[in-house]
Design a protein around this ligand. Structure first.
Ligand SMILES: [Fe+2]
Length: 384
């Protein structure tokens, strides 16, 4: 069948001026596929506008070019989301396609959890799509687009944090029930569903304030200077500033602002501790760190999930640790303060009592929540 050789794509997924080098087809009323553009790069904005003004909802690419299409979407996701001409449902489906690929790739390669089943993929798509629809409604799409255009790596990280957050809260409904109020109160399924979506939104937006930090700092392949580190530490408040007008629930905004607070104090931006840190922020603290440690970054290789969990809970596999087992709070290597990174830590390794790596990062986390997260990791079965 001729139609089996083509893939329908929304015309708005093409970004004039930055089009992929593949051929584009149209389907005639008789169902025949005709070449519309030999080279995507030669398509002008006017030509694309004429096409969509006529009410055409789909154009086609050869199935062989699907991989190039995905690369094109990845490279242009921020621009597509910012384009006001693109209808929200188009944005949601494009965003979902890219984000689902990000999650799929992570689980199948980096985390080595095996092939994602069609059902697990479908659930991921639904989760991402509903989070994006909510973001669009709450007037925070512009901020998200800005972050994606600025720093694709932060977007990938946020997408994975979204997946973990929603999957974890699905496994622990009693934790989900506490997210908004901070205390026990059994909720019905409709409320839980809404909460779950909103938590996904908080996860996706938690680092959005990094859009205001220079890329050279975010992607720096060396320890940050004191000044750079101070700039990085502003990102939770930047997030709040960017989303001040957005119609998001308070607990979502709190999750973003406090996701670097440590359960035993000493975090940022406010230095609050214990139960004063709202539950979503405590959960994001754990997932953010775990995702950062198990991901590839410009300055480090990915760490195996078990090793990351051991460091987080405070039981690294060897007493003195090594370079690869240094904690990472998701913001690169901190300045040399004898803390999580830097040369002084090598000296501290001489004294097991003073070595952060022997204590892991335990002091950062709500230990009950961390315990649940470790159990969750052991239970992640993507095809169940
Ligand atoms: Fe962060």
């Amino acid at each position: 069948m001729e139609k089996d050789r083509y893939k329908a794509i929304p015309p708005f997924s093409l970004v004039p001026g930055d089009l992929p080098d593949f051929q584009i087809y149209m389907r005639t009323e008789e169902g025949k596929f005709v070449l519309w553009a030999v080279d995507g790069n030669k398509v002008s904005m006017e030509k694309l506008a004429r096409l969509t003004e006529g009410g055409r909802k789909e154009i086609f690419i050869s199935l062989e070019d699907e991989f190039k299409y995905d690369l094109h979407l990845e490279a242009n996701l921020g621009k597509i989301l910012e384009n006001e001409q693109v209808p929200t449902d188009n944005k949601a489906s494009i965003f979902t396609r890219v984000s689902t690929n990000v999650v799929k790739e992570t689980f199948e390669s980096s985390l080595g959890l095996g092939v994602m089943s069609p059902e697990a993929l479908e659930r991921t798509k639904n989760m991402v799509e509903s989070a994006l629809a909510f973001i669009a409604e709450s007037k925070s799409l512009h901020a998200l687009a800005k972050m994606i255009g600025h720093d694709y790596q932060t977007y990938e990280h946020a997408t994975k944090v979204l997946w973990f957050t929603v999957a974890f809260l699905k496994m622990y409904p009693e934790t989900l029930d506490q997210i908004e109020t901070g205390h026990d109160e059994e909720l019905d399924d409709t409320l839980r569903n809404d909460l779950l979506k909103q938590c996904g939104v908080g996860a996706l937006l938690h680092d959005i304030g990094k859009a205001l930090i220079a890329q050279e700092i975010i992607n720096k392949n060396a320890p940050l200077t004191e000044v750079e580190w101070e700039i990085v530490k502003r990102h939770p408040l930047n997030s709040l500033a960017m989303l001040l007008e957005a119609d998001l629930p308070l607990f979502v905004k709190q999750g973003m602002v406090y996701h670097h607070e440590n359960f035993h104090g000493g975090g940022y931006p406010m230095g609050i501790a214990g139960e004063s840190i709202p539950p979503l922020a405590r959960l994001l603290r754990i997932i953010d760190v775990f995702e950062a440690m198990t991901s590839r970054r410009p300055y480090k290789d990915p760490m195996p999930p078990l090793k990351a969990a051991q460091i987080m809970i405070g039981t690294p596999e060897n007493g003195n640790g090594d370079k690869a087992s240094q904690p990472d709070d998701g913001n690169g290597t901190k300045p040399d303060q004898g803390g999580d990174g830097g040369e002084k830590e090598k000296d501290a390794a001489e004294d097991a009592n003073q070595d952060d790596r022997d204590r892991g990062m335990r002091q950062c986390f709500d230990i009950d929540l961390l315990r649940k997260f470790i159990v969750f990791l052991g239970n992640v079965k993507l095809d169940s």
